[in-house]
Design a protein around this ligand. Structure first.
Ligand code: TEU
Ligand code: CA
Length: 558
């Protein structure tokens, strides 16, 4: 039994994208009061921590990931008093709240940037990266994550500024100790309010290659790995952040890290590093991204998917800690992307809930996945809101691509799939708002909604509630060892979890077919979890069937 038990390792996290969660005042935009109104529902899931996507003042170029004031609440979301009330209510329910720290870049409407762009000798000039162009072109050929150049000319001083994301998200210069100190003060401001930690946005790219060399490839993932991620000083900055502020609080930190890989992950989360508690790794989330990113989709297979999870478990098992997630606000809906969101939507949603809640690491559940919300397919690009998707659309159009085909790629790969409003009921707008929401509701809210599932013992929602409860009662699923069985099998993901107290065999049929698990299953194995309502032969797996067995003490490998 694990002796070194830690709250954020045993916790289950629920991610809220506030803009799409619940609109309490009828303006079509989710808000903080809306989260407070639904806090009993969140508590009913059995989750421990709420990760709140950015709620700071922002012009919403990137829906809050472009911050214009780190100490003010976005007016559309409500007031600081409402934030304080929400935080207090979360704590009263013995849950915790982590905020989203966006420290790599600010909004171009932040005071710092407004000053910085005024003149080359402004005291805030070096809060950002300014460089001269080359023969009327940007300083180098780096691309933005959101398409186009990563540099924008500013005519006031005729210099370019760096923005790895949109041009309204200028990158902050972490070389500048004054900027770092201001960022630490911002972190301290929220921690002193009682916030329980941070998810750190693209924290792996805060240290830049200061000579800004040209990339010698046009493969975006290679450019990101070679030039943006894991810069020389990223660990110096994280250690300083920890020393200056984080270590003084009993909090949790999770780094979002494009470019964090098996070779360098322990530099971020090794227990002896005093940097971050855990990271999101993206191996499985980029599995269908071609060389030009999400809108250049490629096929993948289950052995690839399983290997990623097994490799990361093996790397982090003795030190550090990982996150287990299959969806968030940046990726298509989990059941549409990895499952079957038509004929087997219920079974495959439950199967992935079983996966999320039976692996080693801290599980993250993204709002709406607990009821099996799916991708959406709007008929026109005008119904989409995400800057990454709309930029890609414009680029495809300029390149003369077949836009009927490209819209299908947006349907399959776009981030807005995860940002349509939550389905609370079959009423107008899915019960999300009395007004037209900022983005259309997925029309399938009529049959996929919380009201319809809350009292149905066989619903996806109640399967999540059961699985969360089961994981909490069985810390073997948190801390126990892991071994993947039949790793090459094309349809079955079979693995075992164990410690000296218990042992479990988990069988997941990740396919539309009936399959048989060939290895022997002794009659002494007790079936504890099954996502089908009717029983079947112990070693048979129906399409998207998940089974978890508890094994008698001393059972050797399955
Ligand atoms: O995401 C960064 C990131 O890695 C993903 O956005 C992904 O790389 C991108 O969508 C390209 O496919 C974080 C936030 O989660 C995201 O919402 C923000 O847009 C981004 O940073 C900039 O702050
Ligand atoms: Ca509102």
């Amino acid at each position: 039994m694990e002796t070194n038990r830690i709250w954020w390792k045993e916790a289950v996290v629920y991610q809220i994208y506030p803009r799409s969660f619940y609109d309490s005042n009828g303006d079509g935009i989710g808000d903080l009061k809306g989260i407070l109104d639904k806090l009993d529902y969140i508590e009913s899931l059995g989750v421990d921590i709420i990760w709140l996507c950015p709620v700071y003042q922002s012009p919403n170029e990137d829906n809050g990931y472009d911050i214009s004031d780190y100490r003010q609440i976005m007016q559309e979301f409500g007031s600081m008093q409402q934030f304080d009330e929400l935080l207090h209510s979360i704590h009263r329910k013995n849950m915790k709240l982590i905020m989203d720290l966006v420290a790599n870049h600010s909004s171009d409407e932040h005071l710092w940037f407004k000053e910085s762009r005024k003149s080359k000798n402004n005291p805030y000039r070096d809060y950002y990266f300014w460089r001269e162009g080359k023969n009327g072109h940007p300083p180098n050929n780096w691309p933005s994550f959101f398409g186009g150049s990563a540099w924008e000319i500013d005519h006031q001083t005729q210099e370019y500024y760096l923005h790895l994301f949109s041009k309204k998200q200028p990158d902050l210069n972490w070389e500048n100790p004054k900027m770092r100190k201001e960022m630490y003060n911002i972190i301290e401001f929220w921690l002193n309010k009682g916030v329980d930690g941070f998810r750190m946005d693209v924290i792996s790219v805060i240290s830049k290659e200061l000579n800004f060399p040209d990339a010698n490839t046009d493969n975006f993932l290679d450019i990101m790995n070679n030039h943006y991620a894991n810069g020389d000083k990223v660990h110096i900055y994280l250690k300083e952040m920890s020393h200056e502020v984080l270590r003084k609080y009993d909090i949790m930190t999770v780094g979002e890290g494009p470019g964090i890989n098996l070779d360098n992950c322990l530099e971020y989360v090794g227990e002896d590093r005093n940097e971050l508690n855990m990271i999101f790794h993206f191996g499985h989330m980029l599995i269908d991204h071609g060389s030009n990113g999400r809108f250049d989709p490629v096929s993948w297979d289950l052995p690839q998917f399983k290997k990623i999870f097994s490799d990361w478990d093996n790397k982090l098992k003795d030190q550090g800690w990982g996150s287990i997630f299959l969806g968030n606000h940046d990726y298509p809906r989990m059941v549409s992307r990895f499952g079957n969101d038509t004929q087997y939507r219920v079974e495959s949603s439950k199967l992935f809930a079983t996966l999320l809640l039976s692996l080693r690491g801290t599980p993250y559940i993204y709002q709406g996945d607990e009821i099996g919300m799916t991708n959406v397919a709007f008929n026109t690009i005008d119904d989409y809101r995400d800057i990454e998707g709309t930029n890609a659309w414009l680029k495809a159009k300029q390149e003369g691509k077949n836009m009927v085909e490209f819209l299908k790629i947006i349907h399959q790969q776009g981030r807005d799939n995860a940002r349509t409003p939550m389905h609370w009921s079959s009423h107008q707008n899915g019960g999300f708002s009395k007004s037209d929401p900022w983005i259309k509701v997925n029309p399938n809210f009529h049959h996929i909604n919380i009201n319809a599932q809350d009292k149905d013992q066989n619903s996806i929602l109640n399967y999540y509630r059961m699985m969360i409860k089961f994981r909490k009662k069985n810390p073997t699923l948190v801390y126990g060892d892991y071994n993947c069985l039949c790793p090459e099998h094309e349809s079955i993901y079979a693995y075992e979890r164990w410690d000296e107290a218990s042992k479990y065999l988990i069988l997941l049929n990740i396919s539309d077919n009936n399959v048989v698990y060939e290895s022997p299953i002794s009659r002494s194995y007790q079936l504890k979890i099954n996502n089908y309502i009717t029983p079947n032969a112990i070693n048979k797996l129906r399409p998207w069937e998940a089974k978890m067995f508890s094994l008698p003490q001393g059972t050797t490998s399955c």
